[in-house]
Design a protein around this ligand. Structure first.
Ligand code: ZN
Length: 590
């Protein structure tokens, strides 16, 4: 193909009230035996088949002024009848999912990921793309602007008009926000960064951009300047209640609660704001770890089928480890705040019975059908490769630091991954991170990785923390223990069981997910009063529980087990000098 822009798209919110985008796609040289078009079945970063084609409506094609027959040949594939000249495909996309993964359109804004709206003409995978982004028609939309990491062609910066992508992969990795958004800017290591906020909020933009700049500069310097992009865009959707993020090569889409954002005159960083900064840190770190340092299985992505990898523990777990570590190293968290968050992660992992049934390698491989398709049994059968992956990264880091007397760390492994795989864009084969860690440290790490990645026993965190002068303990252990029913309740006023944990008090007595608990020992309970009432009984007590299963009233004799106490991490001020030195190195990144 010798055209400058082999695929030309035009996208316009054609009916915001009906949540419809209109898309036109033109190519000059359709395949002689009939051009095939496909829409991805999933979006990189979120490992589940989502069948975005379900939202594609009214597909038609024309060539040289004549209609061309379009036939659907599988769930996400269309084939046009042979056409001699330029071919134009026309379709609508329904967009009413307020998540970072798909597309959303109403009279207040438009947001889309390319995976939801842009069909790929097969054979044009490497062709350059030109996108004409058009505003909705009408006076109500005159103040709308455009935010995206796509490069402008003829459009002014933040304006409507033509944008370009080097190929389809870049096109779908560059989400677009349109609307009357708030725009704040900062530079990090000389690179311009945009913070685009949609939704009603009163954020202190000065504080926000100052803290975000700190995070970005920290991560850029961690891997080494220059940053791997020449501009970066944060697309933030602020709502009443929400949380989520999806990483892209030069941008990220974030969903947060407006209360997570800092307000003017607030000097302390609230926990919810610290969590927001953690999300920013996480998605930004992904610019290196998963967007450029990629599993071999993702180069290239197969967008139409599951892409299996056993390495998500590394791409999500290591990223989750460095998100908060980056905050404490850059001074946005205190050591106490950092250790408190880490202890919460340890508690969460230790309270999940699924960790004893599934390894992180298995969880990663089966993410498509298990982790991303959570149901009532997930906590009992699935290990979370984000949280357990964080602890594996931590254990690996502390192992490297203590066994090499502070000479090597996970930081060195990440930088080597960057120079060997990220910069040259060479996929990371299964097992490569393990051998790289061994090569850098000179240690035999095979037993560690065998158990951590493919086993289900708990990591030796107490010993590892002790070596860096931090005590991991359960402060309530040994105290008169509280009782637990061993359930998680669903949201809502009723005490409805969402999960009954393996071998917990409730499951042993026959209570199940979906049961609505009505009374304990004759006293009515709801979702708020259940836990305090259960905790008021000493472990070993027998209680009578009444619950509805569907519409049938059932009675259960429950013997209460002790609750699993939460973990805490405490800095040992009187630790040995070498332990203190390792701890300082670890938490400062020096
Ligand atoms: Zn992530």
């Amino acid at each position: 193909m010798n055209q400058t822009h082999a695929i030309r798209y035009t996208i316009q919110p054609c009916n915001p009230y009906a949540h419809l985008f209109e898309v036109r796609l033109e190519i000059d040289a359709p395949a002689p035996d009939g051009q095939v078009f496909q829409l991805p079945a999933w979006i990189p970063g979120s490992y589940m088949i989502r069948d975005f084609a379900r939202n594609i409506i009214a597909v038609s094609a024309r060539s040289n002024g004549q209609p061309v027959t379009v036939e659907k040949i599988d769930k996400h594939t269309w084939k046009c009848a042979p056409a001699a000249g330029p071919l134009t495909l026309h379709y609508e996309v329904y967009a009413w999912d307020l998540s970072v993964r798909t597309a959303h359109l109403d009279q207040t804004h438009a947001f889309y990921n390319g995976t939801s709206v842009f069909l790929l003409p097969r054979g044009y995978e490497t062709a350059p793309c030109l996108v004409d982004i058009q505003p909705p028609a009408g006076e109500a939309y005159l103040d709308w602007r455009v935010a995206t990491a796509l490069k402008t062609e003829s459009a002014p910066l933040y304006g409507f008009g033509q944008y370009r992508a080097a190929n389809y992969d870049e096109l779908i990795d560059s989400p677009v926000e349109m609307g009357a958004f708030t725009l704040a800017q900062f530079t990090a290591c000389g690179v311009p960064h945009d913070v685009v906020i949609t939704g009603r909020q009163r954020a202190d933009l000065e504080r926000l951009t100052r803290d975000m700049k700190t995070i970005c500069e920290h991560h850029i310097r961690f891997f080494g300047e220059p940053a791997p992009f020449d501009r970066y865009v944060f697309l933030v959707m602020a709502v009443g209640q929400g949380y989520g993020g999806l990483e892209h090569r030069a941008s990220t889409a974030l969903l947060c609660s407006r209360d997570d954002l800092p307000l003017a005159h607030e000097t302390e960083a609230r926990e919810s704001y610290r969590n927001f900064l953690g999300l920013v840190s996480h998605e930004y770190f992904h610019s290196w770890n998963v967007k450029r340092i990629k599993p071999e299985a993702f180069l290239p992505y197969d967008l139409f089928n599951e892409n299996y990898t056993r390495q998500l523990w590394a791409f999500e777990g290591i990223t989750s480890y460095y998100d908060d570590l980056g905050l404490v190293r850059s001074g946005l968290l205190t050591t106490g705040q950092y250790l408190e968050g880490l202890a919460k992660t340890i508690t969460r992992v230790m309270q999940g019975p699924g960790r004893l049934k599934q390894s992180v390698a298995e969880s990663s491989f089966d993410a498509w059908i298990k982790f991303y398709k959570a149901d009532e049994n997930t906590p009992n059968a699935v290990v979370n490769y984000y949280t357990k992956g964080t602890l594996i990264a931590l254990a690996l880091d502390l192992t490297l630091r203590t066994r090499t007397q502070g000479q090597h760390s996970l930081d060195d492994v990440m930088r080597a991954l960057w120079t060997r795989h990220g910069q040259p864009l060479v996929g990371v084969p299964e097992g490569a991170i393990e051998s790289l860690a061994a090569e850098i440290s000179g240690l035999d790490l095979a037993p560690f990785f065998q158990e951590a990645l493919y086993g289900t026993t708990d990591l030796p965190l107490t010993t590892l923390f002790a070596a860096v002068g931090v005590r991991l303990h359960q402060p309530d252990a040994g105290q008169p223990a509280k009782s637990a029913l061993g359930v998680a309740l669903a949201a809502g006023a009723e005490a409805k069981v969402q999960h009954a944990y393996s071998d917990g008090s409730a499951q042993r007595a026959g209570l199940s997910a979906g049961d609505e608990i009505l009374a304990i020992d004759g006293m009515r309970v709801n979702s708020k009063s259940l836990t305090p009432l259960i905790e008021s009984y000493p472990p070993g007590s027998h209680v009578e529980v009444y619950a509805f299963r569907r519409d049938e009233l059932m009675r259960f004799d429950v013997t209460l087990q002790p609750a699993i106490p939460g973990y805490q991490l405490t800095v040992e001020t009187d630790a040995l000098p070498e332990a203190i030195a390792l701890r300082t190195q670890w938490l400062s990144g020096a």
